[in-house]
Design a protein around this ligand. Structure first.
Ligand code: SF4
Length: 377
């Protein structure tokens, strides 16, 4: 259809209908003016809160200027896809410190692939109506201010933990964007923030990464430390990481709005049995080919086998004392890189000192018994 004959209001309604049919839980359209977010973003970079994520700085303000990223862009269609699995078993997995905790978003198939594919389908449907359409799908893979765009598109507000929250769905969802070069009518931006006086995410973040409302210092964030960071995990955070071997969900778990979290409808996001709530020792024993086999099509694969072992070493050091843990840690010492070796030695030291403490307690108990128990014991 020629662009002059298009009723963009009708088309926008149609797009929303298609998006829902494609499995998105919510959809909204915004313009591309993100000027108000440029200052805070530059300040965040200036403070070094992006850590070693150099790509955050490399693209500069392109992140806040969609038309510089994709010339001709006029609107962004933001979508939400829920990922919470039906049996998330948060408490069970976090309470058992010999079990590996993987952030719930990463238990199933890689969301980048699932969502990009659906967004492409949405783009193609629009193109059938507007044959001159230019579009580009993005899912957390390019310099795009997806949370700010989602807020502008009316999908929710940015919580103090910096995630987008929805009154209907909490924050257990992914966001994706379709950049388009047609003048669709925009939706009303979200103007209300429903965090109120709550500060649960700030006070309960294990590493104090939310340094002030809406500002996360990635260098302290367990998601960054276990996924993005390519190198040694700073010692000061290792104990706080506990058994979280890939990402962290704590700032969402404590959020009262997540009582409205929606269970995913996507079979692709259902947890893989080989990854969910497995003993740390079992995952640690995977060789590289087993790691690649079990993480095929999963977001976890991106961190590679060495970082996987690094994270598991930290988890094993934090686990309760167990001779079997010392044995498995020792099996990797000889072939480990310098970086991994340092984590293995840290974990061995933690295990041994817990073991020694346990032995001291037992010896004390035996001495008491040998001295003789009171007559009425
Ligand atoms: S935990 Fe409280 S402050 Fe943090 S995002 Fe949720 S409602 Fe907002």
């Amino acid at each position: 259809m020629s662009n002059t004959n298009i009723d963009y209001r009708d088309l926008a309604n149609q797009i929303k209908q298609w998006a829902i049919e494609l499995g998105f839980a919510a959809v909204g359209i915004s313009d591309i003016d993100l000027t108000e977010h440029e200052g805070p973003f530059l300040k965040w970079l200036e403070n070094g809160y992006h850590g070693s994520m150099n790509y955050m700085a490399a693209h500069g303000l392109k992140r806040a200027r969609p038309a510089e990223l994709v010339p001709g862009t006029l609107r962004v269609i933001s979508v939400r896809m829920d990922y919470l699995p039906p049996d998330a078993s948060f408490a069970k997995a976090l309470a058992s410190s010999s079990t590996a905790y993987v952030s719930r978003y990463a238990l199933g198939r890689d969301y980048h692939k699932v969502m990009r594919n659906r967004l492409k389908q949405l783009g193609e449907k629009i193109k059938l109506q507007v044959d001159t359409l230019g579009y580009r799908p993005f899912v957390d893979s390019a310099p795009v201010m997806e949370r700010q765009l989602a807020e502008k598109a009316g999908l929710g507000w940015r919580g103090k933990n910096s995630l987008v929250l929805s009154r209907e769905a909490g924050s257990w969802f992914f966001l994706g964007e379709l950049f388009v070069d047609i003048p669709l009518p925009v939706d009303e931006a979200n103007k209300s923030n429903h965090c109120g006086k709550c500060t649960a995410c700030l006070t309960l973040c294990p590493t104090g990464a939310i340094i002030e409302p809406y500002v996360v210092d990635a260098r302290r964030c367990i998601s960054y430390l276990t996924i993005e960071l390519d190198g040694a995990i700073p010692v000061e955070f290792r104990e706080k990481i506990g058994n979280r071997i890939y990402g962290c969900d704590d700032c969402q778990l404590v959020c009262p709005w997540n009582r409205y979290g929606q269970i995913t409808k996507e079979a692709d996001f259902l947890p893989r049995d080989s990854i969910k709530d497995k003993p740390l020792t079992e995952l640690f024993m995977w060789d590289e080919s087993t790691f690649l086999k079990h993480t095929e099509g999963s977001a976890i694969r991106r961190i590679g086998h060495e970082r996987w072992l690094r994270n598991l070493s930290v988890g094993l050091g934090n686990a309760p004392y167990n001779e079997a843990i010392i044995d498995v840690l020792n099996t990797r010492l000889e072939s480990a890189s310098e970086m991994l070796k340092e984590h293995l030695l840290w974990a061995l030291e933690k295990q041994r000192s817990k073991g020694n403490e346990q032995k001291r307690k037992t010896a004390r108990l035996i001495r008491i018994i040998e001295k003789g128990l009171p007559r009425d014991a």
